[in-house]
Ligand binder design. Structure first.
Ligand code: PLP
Length: 434
């Protein structure tokens, strides 16, 4: 049967961004017939024993408590399971000196759904027919933002400025405040901090500046804090969450060991939270209560924040150091490759200036050498103009073993040397081309 799809059905029934590439990766792995690939594409966090034990302990505690049947055998409030909301309020009020109340918190089934609610509550077609834009102030950013709006043309991303350290083969994206516009046509602003895919962390001043631009027009700013402190605390540089009247601080439990339980948390203005809650009620009622109940325990005891800082952060920071050392040792000096500063998250991001092929071709050729990365093009949702940079980057997951990372960087270096052979590009590199 070929059912007739609506415009929204059409929109939502195909995969966007990395999900589409994952299909190719899974097929490659399946048809490998004994070939051993080094898979650096994974978005799934590593199962760390201490983290798994925390969730086992919380589950044990829940199973042995009279609360169990209330949690698992009953529907609950759409806003979220009360003990979890209480735990978040207490933790954040104490940690950051806030005055949050129940009305400031919403629990969602994963944070991806939270961005879907937000994108379609504040972005897309307004009641008067005008298009309200979903502004991504610094591209590249999370690939999932490409699929969150029922009106995908609403997503508008801005090119960044680049700080390039040519001698050391490092770079960093910064918001380009000369270009960035938040206007009456803007419905919401959204960015990840730390950033997937780049590992970038916008400074507190940059976040305040973006929030200030948005506040003038009464626009909410959603800060996707899936990798931020206090959990999973995947920041390798000092950073504090930023709160404010028009800032919605959005968290996820996925990188803290619970991706399967689908738990997101929004903290923000009561009116914004209420609108999102209604969307959620209409869509799916609420998140899994089992996940919420174990999260409540881990947050209230302080164990989640402690393990995040002492175990999760150091694990991935160590992986980034391995990758950096391997790249510096193996990559040719005279090729304009640039590793983004590793300030957080679970990925590394490399830009090859003036790459003699596309990122997709580079990905295909690396597969021939048994290494799987993610071509960077999927991480530029909302970029409307042609920009060569979108075809010059790759994302590498920090989820493989040290030996695999080192070996893979060796294969990458060989390929890159061949690709650029005969060209001495370093002198003409960088800022001029971006
Ligand atoms: N935001 C960012 C930046 C992510 O990297 C991810 C997942 O990888 C998500 C949101 C979605 O996470 P969740 O599992 O909470 O839906």
């Amino acid at each position: 049967m070929t059912p007739q799809l609506t415009q929204f059905g059409e929109e939502m029934s195909h995969l966007t961004g990395v999900r589409a590439i994952m299909k190719d990766i899974i097929e490659t792995l399946r048809s490998g017939q004994g070939r051993q690939f080094i898979n650096l594409s994974a978005g799934n966090p590593v199962i760390l024993p201490e983290v798994e034990q925390l969730w086992r302990d919380c589950t044990h505690d829940l199973l042995n408590s009279p609360e169990y049947s209330e949690v698992v055998c009953r529907y609950g409030a759409s806003q979220g399971y009360e003990p979890l909301i209480e735990a978040v309020i207490n933790d954040f009020n104490q940690r950051y000196g806030l005055q949050l109340t129940q009305r400031n918190i919403l629990i969602t089934p994963g944070s991806q759904s939270l961005y879907f609610f937000a994108a379609n509550t504040f972005g897309g077609f307004a009641a008067n027919g005008e298009m309200k834009e979903i502004v991504l102030p610094l591209s590249p950013d999370y690939t999932g933002y490409g699929g969150i709006s029922l009106a995908p043309e609403a997503v508008k991303a801005y090119r960044p400025s680049l700080d390039v350290d040519q001698a050391n083969h490092r770079f960093k994206y910064r918001p380009d405040f000369d270009q960035l516009e938040v206007t009456d046509q803007t419905g919401l602003v959204l960015f990840s901090r730390p950033c997937n895919p780049t590992g970038n962390v916008l400074t507190g001043e940059e976040v305040q500046q973006i929030a200030g631009l948005a506040a003038v027009h009464g626009v909410p700013v959603f800060v996707d804090s899936a990798y931020a402190p206090p959990f999973p605390a995947l920041n390798f540089t000092e950073m504090e969450p930023i709160f404010g009247d028009n800032i919605v601080h959005c968290m996820s439990l996925s990188k803290a060991g619970l991706p399967g339980e689908r738990l997101g948390i929004a903290i923000g203005d009561a009116e914004i939270i209420h609108a999102l809650e209604c969307f959620q009620t209409n869509l799916c009622i609420h998140s899994s209560r089992y996940g919420q109940a174990i999260a409540a325990r881990a947050i209230a005891s302080g164990e989640l924040a402690r393990i995040s800082e002492t175990v999760i952060r150091s694990y991935y920071q160590g992986k980034f150091q391995v990758l950096e050392a391997a790249l510096d040792a193996a990559m040719p000096q005279d090729v304009p490759w640039y590793l983004h500063l590793g300030q957080g998250a679970i990925f590394a991001w490399i830009w090859f200036d003036q790459l003699p092929c596309t990122d997709w071709q580079l990905y295909q050729q690396l597969k021939q050498r048994d290494v799987i990365v993610v071509p960077g093009n999927a991480f530029f949702p909302g970029i409307r103009e042609d920009w060569a940079h979108t075809r010059q980057c790759i994302r590498i997951s920090l989820t493989a073993s040290d030996d695999e990372i080192t070996a893979a960087m060796g294969h990458l270096a060989e390929l890159v040397r061949e690709l650029y052979q005969g060209q001495s590009l370093l002198s003409t590199a960088a800022a001029a081309t971006v």
